[in-house]
Design a protein around this ligand. Structure first.
Ligand code: SF4
Length: 362
């Protein structure tokens, strides 16, 4: 077995490339290698976006796990220019890996579609103009912040580049969304995914396992919902708590408990068995810098966790998609709905979401 979890499989006809390669799930690293012919690394960029769940457009508290003090106006002005962040990110990746074929500019913190669309185009395009080695964009956002104008922009950029839009789905269950103070519904996610499908860019959904109050059955219902909606990719995260967040305080008080390691490993495998084999798996766990992380500490051991997840697949003799049942209506046949971006978000995108001018300088 190699670092991507290859087993001694032989190629069979009708198998997907990752299956032919003997992988246990459709790993992101390999998917990028197949697409770009070599190693592609993400470089994280903070472009100074805020979030409608923080700035008052929807609410002010933000999600209970999110250290959203960092989206304050002062930080938005102090930010290092996007071009400088990209240059230093690329430099440090090049120092770490001898051969890198390309980079994906990853617009990561806050809600990276929450700005006037002309500013979005300028800031996304800036990444491509910066360095020819930047082959794509990954854009993290909320499910209720993908108006039609942004879908059209992502579709336009995707005509020439790799573009992935990452939606924070977290769970399909409203009590869990409410517990996190997400201030959106699962219907918002369905609406954005169904409008984004087949527009030339990839869709990715971010899932959190171990939300208090959610049973194993709840999490498997979310897995089946992912199978039904058919995003191009998923990211699986364990719930984790960092300092100076409402969740962190509850964990310190002992009122909220994180998932146990073995439970998480089993649940990840259960989840991946139920989703489509075509879905790319971008992450199988989440963590935070050790100095900020409160619990669970086991998520810092990413390599060991990955090996244990692969070992669990091997013990069961299964792989991603082993229990996948195609839904009655295939994702490709789902109708494209009308844009239901909430008025409260639309009304504030050009006002509160406007990016500070300083960061737009090159
Ligand atoms: S939606 Fe995202 S950026 Fe906004 S508060 Fe929640 S986690 Fe933070």
């Amino acid at each position: 077995m190699d670092s991507e979890g290859i087993v001694n499989g032989t190629a069979e006809t009708n198998e997907l490339p990752w299956q032919q390669e003997g992988l246990l799930y459709n790993t992101f690293g390999r998917a990028l290698r197949r697409r770009f012919g070599g190693r592609v690394q993400r470089v994280s960029v903070d472009a100074g976006f805020t979030c409608p769940n923080v700035d008052g457009a929807l609410t002010r508290g933000g999600c209970n796990f999110c250290d959203n003090r960092s989206f304050s106006p002062s930080r938005r002005v102090r930010l290092k220019r996007v071009s400088e962040q990209l240059a230093s990110g690329i430099q440090s990746v090049r120092r770490r890996y001898r051969t890198v074929s390309g980079f994906i500019a990853y617009f990561q913190p806050a809600t990276n579609t929450y700005a006037p669309v002309d500013q979005l185009e300028e800031i996304y395009q800036l990444a491509f103009n910066q360095d020819p080695a930047i082959v794509g964009l990954a854009i993290g956002t909320r499910p209720d912040c993908m108006p039609e104008s942004v879908i059209e922009l992502a579709a336009k950029l995707a005509q020439q580049h790799y573009v992935s839009v990452e939606f924070g789905m977290q769970t399909m269950h409203q009590p869990g969304l409410d517990w996190m103070n997400r201030a959106h519904s699962h219907d918002d996610l369905i609406n954005s995914i169904d409008r984004s499908r087949d527009r030339g860019f990839e869709t990715c959904v971010h899932i959190i396992l171990g939300i208090p109050g959610e049973t194993h059955q709840h999490m498997m219902q979310t897995a089946l919902e992912v199978a039904k909606l058919g995003p191009d990719a998923i990211k699986l995260h364990n719930l984790y708590a960092v300092q100076d967040t409402p969740l962190g305080q509850e964990v310190l008080d002992g009122t909220v408990h994180m998932m146990e390691r073995q439970d998480y490993i089993n649940t990840v495998v259960d989840f991946l068995e139920r989703i489509a084999p075509e879905t790319i798996v971008e992450r199988i766990s989440g963590d935070a810098p050790p100095q900020y992380l409160i619990e669970p500490k086991w998520c810092l051991e990413k390599s060991a966790l990955k090996l244990q997840i692969e070992a669990e697949f091997r013990r069961r003799g299964t792989r991603q998609g082993s229990l996948y049942q195609p839904p009655d209506v295939l994702p490709s046949d789902r109708p494209r709905p009308v844009d239901k971006t909430p008025e409260a978000v639309k009304a504030q995108i050009d006002v509160r979401g406007r990016l500070p001018v300083l960061k737009m300088e090159r």
